[in-house]
Write a protein that binds this ligand. Structure first.
Ligand SMILES: Nc1ncnc2c1ncn2[C@@H]1O[C@H](COP(=O)(O)OP(=O)(O)O)[C@@H](O)[C@H]1O
Ligand SMILES: [Mg+2]
Length: 250
């Protein structure tokens, strides 16, 4: 579904991604873990074209988003193609990013109406179904400031799903939540995984990574240090840096 090869990215003199290669298969749930500042968010943002890469190659469902030219510099495909590739992916952020002036329902139908030009009458029933799915149909007409963090994040997930993405990217979806609210968000994500949604999840939730992810990727200092099937990753980490990280977090 996604194939990223040898991705390099610097901010000024700081090299943040130093040759990241990762593949995501259809229906796979991959967790990315690693210390703060290791480049996890930057990597997700590069996949979604919220950041541009310096060099490397990214394809999404076989379509090239960016690849190196003859001089080894990243060259992006034309804007229309970038946008159509971008629509294959939905992203859920740590900070929810809901529109505060729109109700829950309006938050969900906004992008399908604006970007996909869907008729309101067509998207509203779908939005209601998605709200049902995340357990928030009763909040349909509420404004985000009336919701708990966990509820906001479930709305954000419904909003991402409303665009009909093939892949969902999550950047620490529970880190801004009080501990008692993480469970409801993780349950929603677990349900999506059981429906074989393809998901790439940056997370601190080791329990989620172990139980729900098919594969775990450990990043440190802009590199993938180790990746393995989830059970094996936690039972038998191979690299010293991985062991040290797990020792400090578990
Ligand atoms: N827009 C930016 N401009 C400059 N530096 C950035 C920017 N975004 C991230 N960085 C730097 O890149 C590094 C990796 O950040 P990030 O991808 O957010 O790591 P993580 O998500 O693993 O905590 C950090 O050193 C961070 O300060
Ligand atoms: Mg981050």
């Amino acid at each position: 579904m996604i194939c990223a090869r040898d991705i390099h990215k610097s901010f000024g003199a700081t090299s943040v991604l130093r040759g990241i290669s990762l593949e995501l298969q259809r229906g796979e749930v991959v967790a990315i873990i690693g210390p703060s500042g290791s480049g996890k968010s930057t990597f997700l943002r590069c996949l979604n074209h919220l950041e541009t890469i310096d060099s490397g190659r990214i394809t999404v469902e076989g379509e090239v988003l960016v690849e190196n030219d003859a001089s080894g510099q990243a060259r992006y495909v034309p804007d229309a193609q970038i946008r159509s590739i971008g629509r294959k992916m939905g992203m859920v952020f740590q900070s929810f990013n809901l529109f505060p002036h729109l109700t829950v329902l309006e938050n969900i139908i906004e992008a399908p109406m604006l970007v996909k030009k869907m008729a309101r009458a067509a998207i509203v029933p779908q939005a209601e179904q998605l709200l049902q799915k995340v357990g928030l149909l009763d909040k349909r007409d509420a404004y985000p400031n009336r919701l708990s963090g966990g509820q906001k994040q479930r709305v954000a997930i419904a909003r991402a799903l409303a665009m009909g993405p093939d892949i969902l990217l999550f950047d620490e979806p529970t880190s801004a939540l009080d501990p008692e609210l993480t469970g409801e968000v993780l349950r929603t994500m677990r349900a999506l995984a059981q429906e074989h949604m393809t998901m790439l999840v940056v997370t601190h939730e080791m329990g989620f990574a172990r139980d729900v992810a098919n594969r775990v990727v450990f990043m440190d200092k802009g590199e993938i240090v180790e990746q393995a099937p989830a059970q094996a990753f936690f039972a038998n980490p191979q690299q010293q840096r991985t062991r040290a990280f797990l020792h400090n977090t578990l």
